[in-house]
Design a protein around this ligand. Structure first.
Ligand code: ADE
Length: 226
């Protein structure tokens, strides 16, 4: 999979992509991420890409011209399955969306800043708008990093058996069960007996029950969705 990201602060995206599973995905050639600095398509030699908003009000808006030029240049090179704008008023990201996007080949992500991007870019180019939660970030970069991570770890071959995404929280609309490691007795608190029993069928049953219980307690709405 190839992901292109348009941003005025591509530096913000570098570190999350250079470590751990995202690094492994790229090293294995399963994921390619290309960062593009929007100033490359600025409207003048001062690197301008934003301007005051019509109608007045605080905050700058990202101009349509640099974004349109950048998108058109990138789209001339390849066909994107989705052009995604990260924005707090987009559809809330969930595992289903991550699963669907992980099946695509080329994604283009646009990170907004300031008051956001000119509405006409959203109307004319963007095919999907995604929010990573009901709060406002300073820009779309951290949201894009979250989205790339959520998608990248699902690509076949990125995770090994030990870290398999099949058993992640949300894959069946269930939260993950509790997990334990050594020592067996931590300051008087013991690992549940069933996990020490060696009976794999019983262990799976227990894990499933715990998942259902945890989901009922913490996120009952998820059970209605399944
Ligand atoms: N940009 C600013 N806040 C955001 C959010 N919550 N999700 C996605 N993009 C954003």
């Amino acid at each position: 999979m190839r992901i292109d990201i348009l941003s005025v602060l591509p530096e913000l995206l570098k570190s999350p992509l250079e470590h751990s599973i995202m690094k492994r995905a790229q090293d294995k050639g399963l994921l390619e991420v290309h960062l593009h600095h929007l100033r490359k398509w600025a409207v003048n030699e001062y690197g301008q890409i934003d301007d005051y908003q019509y109608g007045g009000g605080a905050g700058m808006v990202m101009m349509p011209e640099p974004l349109a030029k950048a998108i058109e240049e990138l789209c001339a090179e390849r066909k994107y399955d989705e052009i995604i704008y990260l924005t707090p008023d987009g559809e809330n990201l969930n595992q289903r969306i991550a699963n669907t996007l992980s099946l695509k080949e080329n994604l283009l992500m646009i990170c907004g800043h300031y008051k956001g991007i000119d509405e006409r870019i959203r109307e004319q180019y963007v095919t999907k708008e995604i929010s990573i939660g009901d709060y406002v970030l300073s820009g779309g970069e951290l949201a894009a990093a979250v989205l790339v991570d959520a998608i990248g770890r699902l690509l076949p071959g990125v995770l090994n058996d030990e870290t398999s995404a099949l058993f992640d929280s949300f894959q069946d609309n269930l939260l993950a069960p509790p997990v334990y490691t050594r020592p067996e007795d931590f300051r008087g608190s013991k690992v549940p007996d069933v996990l020490m029993s060696g009976d794999h069928r019983k262990i799976e049953e227990w894990r499933h029950e715990q998942s259902v219980q945890r989901t009922r307690d913490r996120r009952p709405g998820l059970l209605d969705e399944s």
